[in-house]
Design a protein around this ligand. Sequence first.
Ligand code: ZN
Length: 430
Amino acid sequence: MNIHGHDLYKLVEELYPICRSITGNGVRQTLKALESHIPLSIQEVPTGTPAFDWRVPKEWNIHDAYIKNMSGERIIDFHHSNLHVMSYSVPVKGTLPLAELKAHLYTLPEHPDWIPYRTSYHNEQWGFCLTHQQFLGLHDEEYEVCIDSTLEDGSLTYGEYYLKGQVVDEVLISCHICHPSLCNDNLSGIAVATFLAKYLATRERRYSYRFVFLPGTIGPITWLARNEDRVHKIKHGLVLALLGDSGAITYKRSRQGLAEIDRIVCQVLQQFSDRHTVVDFSPYGYDERQYCSPGFNLPVGSLMRTPNGRFPEYHTSADNLEFVKPASLADSWEKCRMILETLEGNKIYLNQNPKCEPQLGRRGLYRAISGQAERAQHEMAMFWVLNLSDGQHSLLDIAERADIPFMTIKDAADRLEAHQLLKEVSTEVS
Ligand code: ZN
């Protein structure tokens, strides 16, 4: 399967106009669009359902919103940008003077052409977000405001895609789907996750994979509360977000810090010549906060490019279709694919000829590769694999200790296995 940045970008483009929030039809419409790529199990969790210290909130939907001047012109129009309305605004209709209206207006004076993204999930209020230029154009007169929204009992919606593998052990891939027209912050992660799922569906899998597409914070909290009895199956996980900007890759370790996923991501990123950053876990960011809360402490790291809050376009209308690049999306996807391939290939073997070195030359394994430097590394990889394959060390352990790229170690193991010099230590099959 060949994935091009253009395929990922097309999905971002398709999802961009939808007005999403933590609940409501925007989330349903988004999941429906993903269903043309992967079959999803869509769950609806009723308002009021308890989830640990939280409750599923009321469902929010919006049809229209505007500010009209006295000539009846819509000077702020929800249909121009869904960012104009503070997410979860309660309905409002009336006329009020500028002085009163100002208390409900949000702008970014430092970026006068951008609309900020604001939410108010937990306080029932209303607000408009506008460019600072638009704000400066307001006159001391009366304005007609309308937010035609509903905030009432309904449900929280999320989607799940489970791919069964040879073992019950699971890899969790999670992304948030609750931001309106913002590309890097939410759509890039959704696109990369969707195309990873599509790719994995076509290949043989050792692990089972669980993809979850859910609203930030309340989504994973609700999901964890409903799946507490089976989260022990999650052996590795990644939260995907902010994967479409031009910045370098950033990996944030899981709370465990040295989990297999943490070591694998570092191993993979080192194999690419471009710059990357690895940072330690911190309890702020995306949904790793919930997966890595002390009561779960799951080995879930977070893969991004430029981290949240570290680029000026973050949570503004400038996080748009120009800000994300097909090449960055493709690069993020490829790195995720390599991470999962490495995870799949990280097995433990047992040397079948452990008493002294086997005679490799007789088997055509020694001096078999032309190109001296490459040959030397491949032969060194074989020696390391033979020596450390005592049923205790994984290929990742060997790659780290030998300081040889994982894929070279894996190639060596494959060749030795083909010559019956190695045998995989079997993992529990479901
Ligand atoms: Zn965000």
